[in-house]
Design a protein around this ligand. Structure first.
Ligand code: BTN
Length: 318
């Protein structure tokens, strides 16, 4: 990424044009550097409006991330304009002793990671991508319902934003009317027995889903398609608060108290589904719910079978 790109973009607004010369002067750069940075924006999924003689303008309003207000909630936030993956970076920081509740937000990920070896894409200024380090009293072996608890926190926060029909697909994809709005990737570090640490990575499409559709196979949506004025910073603050509330509870009581709420949020609850396990034939059955460890309970030929997080993906049947 061009080293001046974010500095240039932060100068721009959606309402007024700003000339290349004014941007260059305010940043102490040459006009050519500004021009190069602007060209680089397009490579990162943000096509600026450029009018000869007037300058540049953002194609839509963008609230650039400012995680500093999270300090008041006891987090240790920092922001990187560009990183390989916020999860990968925070895992490295966790190894080096980063404190509980470290939160790393990123404006751009070069190699955003998704579940099951997939990648996570987002246009510049369009997504909210961050990772949270949570140090648990429980061992890693007792964290199996964690990803579902995080899904509940996400759903609650999206409901707070006014998105009443945000639902979950096991284990923790967030869907709105069948299209993916957000995803969670949890990576653990720590011993099977002692206290453990989890890096909880969250990606939410806030704007720019139209551009993502060309690159992503499954249906995708973003907050701007459902809400009049979504804000990444408002969502980050609210979501972090929701996460803290549920993670504290999860550490003390596990997933069981959240199980009923999770099942009410499950878009496939009591529906016929197909599980793709990645090995062997797809498994057809009825999604009956989840157990206290977050495993999916599937009714297959009169028996109940359990599937653990990470093993399967799930498609609703027509
Ligand atoms: C999925 O649905 O496959 C999970 C997507 C998780 C994406 C987030 S974006 C922030 C964090 N850093 C990453 O590299 N991935 C997660």
């Amino acid at each position: 990424m061009n080293p001046h790109l974010l500095d240039v973009l932060r100068r721009l607004s959606h309402e007024e044009f700003l000339s290349g010369q004014d941007i260059a002067r305010s940043l102490g750069l040459s006009r050519a550097s500004v021009h190069n940075a602007v060209r680089d924006a397009e490579q990162h999924g943000l096509r600026l409006q450029a009018v000869r003689g007037r300058g540049y303008r953002l194609p839509r309003p963008v609230d650039w991330l400012d995680p500093a207000p999270l300090r008041a909630l006891g987090f240790h936030p920092h922001l990187l304009d560009c990183v390989d993956s916020s999860n990968a970076q925070l895992l490295r920081e966790a190894q080096a002793g980063a404190p509980h509740k470290s939160l790393l937000a990123a404006e751009w990920q070069e190699k955003g990671r998704g579940r099951r070896g997939r990648s996570w894409l987002g246009g510049l200024g369009g997504g909210l991508t961050f990772s949270l380090l949570w140090r648990f009293q429980r061992s890693t072996g007792e964290l199996s319902g964690l990803s579902l608890a995080v899904g509940v926190a996400l759903a609650r926060s999206l409901h707070d934003q006014g998105l009443a029909d945000a639902g979950l697909k096991w284990p923790n994809d967030v869907l709105v009317q069948g299209a993916k709005l957000a995803g969670v990737l949890i990576e653990l570090s720590g011993e099977m027995s002692g206290p453990s640490a989890a890096v909880i990575g969250i990606g939410v499409n806030v704007a720019g889903a139209a551009e993502l559709r060309a690159a992503v196979e499954q249906p995708v949506t973003d907050l701007s398609e459902h809400l009049p004025r979504p804000s990444r910073n408002r969502l980050l603050l609210d979501l972090a608060a929701r996460l803290a509330e549920l993670l504290e509870r999860f550490d003390a009581e596990g997933f069981e108290p959240l199980r009923g709420e999770w099942e009410r949020l499950h878009v496939h609850q009591n529906r016929r589904v197909t599980l793709l396990t990645g090995h062997g034939e797809p498994i057809r059955g009825e999604a009956l719910g989840v157990d206290a460890q977050g495993a999916l309970l599937l009714g297959v030929d009169g028996a109940i079978r359990r599937f653990h997080s990470g093993e399967v993906s799930l498609r609703g049947e027509a």
